[in-house]
Design a protein around this ligand. Sequence first.
Ligand SMILES: [Zn+2]
Length: 279
Amino acid sequence: MTDPLERVRRPEYTGENRCWPCTVTNSLLLSVLVGAVAILGRRTAAAAIAVVGAGAIALRGYVVPYTPRFAPRLVAALPIESFDYGEPAGGTGSLSDSSNTSDAATDAAAPTGEAVLGELLEAGAVVAEGDEIYLSSDFQDDWRREVRTLREADLATLAAVADEQTPPSIEARTRRGWGRPVLVLEGDDVEPVTLRRGVAIPELAAARALESRVESGAIRRAAGRPLRSLLEACPLCDGELTVNQSSCCGEVTPIGKTPTEKLVCPACNERFFIFDEEH
Ligand SMILES: [Zn+2]
């Protein structure tokens, strides 16, 4: 018989995936509600709400409907230090950000988008048809195989893979902060780069799949970001990806701005590419 709790459990919002802004916001709202009911003299009702609400937050990640949509905005409006979502403001951390290092004398630093595309075309990893770029079926198979291997790995193993794929001066470590656990790439001459699991897996897998095709490590790392835009299946669950404009947890669209288009997995509540990102 299945555990009845399993039916209410939402793994996509709990455990490793727990979103702390949502949890904090919900716990605050819940305590306000419990307090209000208690003040009205309904002690039993207040206790029941507290138990059910805390249980729901523990099992489902949040209790107030649509919290992932409003909590980030609410939190952003509060006069407290903003939550760390494991990525720099305005963009998504990428393996390529670790290439801007001075020991890249042999490993051309920060290759241009044109250079990356040129190498990928030459290596037969992508093919051009008119204005469109597609993955070659060979490379797609290899990339997918690497993604499936890395998907099974824990964050510490991903950090070890990142160490192999980055210059020696870059140190990869794991960090569990307010948001989801992330990989952090640190070096003396570079800003620390944080990678969510949903970015680390496809980018590291791409770098590995390119090893036999592209000689330059900087190009292999820089290829990760553009290649993410060509993902067809979710690197985390193999589910279908969709392009949407809705804000998801951890992001705030300034008033008057249109949300950008994103390649997301609705099942994992994870985004893999932002189509107008500037770099
Ligand atoms: Zn997914």
